[in-house]
Design a protein around this ligand. Structure first.
Ligand SMILES: Cc1ncc(C[n+]2csc(CCOP(=O)(O)OP(=O)(O)O)c2C)c(N)n1
Ligand SMILES: [Mg+2]
Length: 532
């Protein structure tokens, strides 16, 4: 980039473009408008959300679909507060999200300024990896490069950088060139030899793959073949293992008796998974023998699951090396896992899931049959997704995104918009409940504006059904669980989108197929009556 003095706000946009940023999601205001000065000049596309929460989820969906950081621009105070929920979501789900905001030049001695809050930097720090204020152009550039380097070498987590308004407006020299590529921590040869030796001895080895291994499906499958190990995946790890692998137990980690199956293994290897509450829905995994954990994050390696063999490494690099080592070694002894037993367990777990929330599995099966395999799915906090996460096999990983950790309603619509922007022309689908849709429905306007061929499957059971079911289980007389819904089809049409209400599964399939080629989003209003 030739040296050129510009206002710092403009320099930041140029710097981001230079670091590979193509799209920024955000909302401008008088405080951060200097960040917008350079956007078009730098050749960055800006997507104007209808609420900063939408901008944050779009950036998240973009990051999950593209594997590149999602970037958002917001204003001081309310803009930052509004994007804190997506930041919390990105934190819990390890998504690389970079939020840049303006901030007041001075807070302590002057009250009553526009967009003032007491300590916005500290507020944002509660939902991200770090939140820092740049007090010079050099500091802003340094923080941006630190964020990108950390996205490459550590567990991806959101970062927030704020820049005082006067600094954004003031002249700044050009940013430095990008720093050299940095690489994550890696394992030692003895770590690898140790795991190979454990696998050679084990009769019933079991791999648990999480989202952190999702980019390494090919290596994971080689490891399974060469070791004769059985496997499970977390919801985020679906697709790492081929669905028809005879020793794949599926994504049933939350099944009540899953721990008993884990206990049958004489060696468990958890790769790229936090084994968090939202992964296993119990405090302890339940392993009886050694537990190998491979993760980038030392916090995971030292957690209460008490790994006997903690290995700090990037999952993909480790799996490739392990596959090579196993393939070069002796063929493993016959595995003691029985395919027939594995199939039986999987079928039982599927039947349990169906019985818990009846009427959804058949809709999932019909929908799955009609989706191109490369479809990127974004789901919300609805019963439809809770069932699908367990019974819907994925042929490839990283194609189903859900607000797992933070569990935020309203995620799916804007995240799917971000995902569709990341993969122009490729199929993307949103699945959302009738109540959750209300949180971010205004982002439909963005999908219309951009002409995104996005089917939004709205699962309308007429209530906050998951909460009603939970109250009934807790012997609470259900209350506050029914909200008056609008005419969803008319609402979609008011936004300039399409809407339809299929009366059968066949009509639903046709509607989804049509939506993939429509010149804008289609809201597919689905009620349980679709089953006839
Ligand atoms: C921001 C936020 N507020 C509240 C909740 C709690 N919550 C979880 S599911 C749910 C009801 C969702 O209803 P709907 O979208 O219709 O899905 P359903 O359970 O009926 O399938 C609520 C209120 C939440 N997850 N996120
Ligand atoms: Mg509902």
């Amino acid at each position: 980039m030739p040296d050129q003095t510009r206002p710092l706000g403009a320099q930041i946009s140029h710097m981001l473009k230079d670091r590979g940023v193509e799209v920024i999601f955000g909302i401008p205001g008088v405080h951060n408008q200097e960040m917008y000065r350079g956007i078009e000049e730098a050749g960055i596309t800006h997507v104007l959300a209808r609420h900063e929460q939408g901008a944050g989820f779009m950036a998240d969906g973009y990051a999950r679909a593209s594997g590149r950081p999602g970037v958002a621009y917001v204003i001081t105070g309310p803009g930052l507060c509004n994007i804190m929920t997506p930041m919390g979501q990105a934190y819990s789900d390890s998504v690389p999200l970079l939020v840049l905001s303006s901030c007041l030049d001075e807070v302590a001695a002057r009250r009553g300024q526009l967009h003032q809050m007491r300590d916005q930097r500290a507020a944002a720090a509660t939902v991200c990896d770090w939140s820092e204020e740049a007090r010079s152009p050099e500091a802003a550039y340094g923080l941006i490069d630190r964020a990108f380097t950390e996205f490459d070498v550590a567990r991806a987590r959101p970062k927030h950088i704020q820049v005082p308004i006067a600094l954004l407006e003031g002249p700044a020299a050009s940013p430095p060139p990008p720093p050299p590529q940095a690489w994550p921590a890696t394992f030692s040869p003895s770590d690898l030899e140790g795991v190979v030796a454990l696998l050679e001895k084990a009769r019933r080895p079991l791999f648990v793959f999480g989202g952190g291994a999702a980019h390494a499906a090919a290596a994971a499958r080689r490891v399974l073949r060469a070791s004769g190990a059985a496997s499970m995946t977390t919801y985020a790890g679906r697709g790492i293992v081929a669905p028809d692998d005879p020793l794949y137990f599926g994504a049933g980690m939350a099944r009540p008796d899953n721990a008993e199956t884990v206990a049958e293994a004489d060696l468990v290897l958890a790769v790229g998974t936090e084994l968090a509450e939202v992964d296993i829905w119990r405090p302890f995994l339940g392993h009886g023998g050694p537990l190998v954990r491979v993760d980038l994050d030392p916090e995971v390696l030292a957690d209460h699951q008490r790994a006997s063999h903690p290995i700090q490494a990037e999952a993909g690099a480790f799996l490739i090396a392990l596959a090579e080592a196993l393939e070069a070694g002796e063929r493993p002894a016959e595995s003691a896992w029985l395919p027939v037993k594995v199939r039986e367990v999987r079928q039982r777990w599927r039947a349990e899931t169906d019985a818990e929330r009846p009427g959804i599995v058949p809709v999932c099966d019909a929908l799955r049959a009609v989706l191109p395999p490369e479809t990127m799915i974004y789901s919300d906090m609805t019963q439809f997704a809770y069932v699908a996460k367990e019974v819907w096999d994925m042929a490839a990983p990283r194609h189903w995104h859900h607000p797992f950790g933070f569990g935020t309603l309203g995620y799916a619509t804007p995240a799917a918009i971000g995902g569709a922007i990341a993969r122009p022309g490729a199929p993307t689908l949103a699945i959302i409940g009738d109540y959750g849709f209300h949180y971010t429905m205004q982002e439909l306007g963005v999908a219309v504006e951009l002409g995104l061929s996005l089917p939004i499957l709205l699962w309308d059971n007429g209530k906050l059904k998951e909460i009603e079911d939970s109250m009934v289980r807790g012997q609470i007389a259900p209350n506050a669980v029914v909200a008056r819904n609008p005419d969803f089809v008319a609402l979609a049409e008011a936004f300039g989108a399409r809407g339809c209400r299929p009366g059968s599964l066949a009509e639903m399939k046709a509607a989804v197929q049509k939506a993939f080629t429509a010149p804008g989003p289609t809201l597919i209003h689905l009620t349980p009556e679709v089953l006839g």
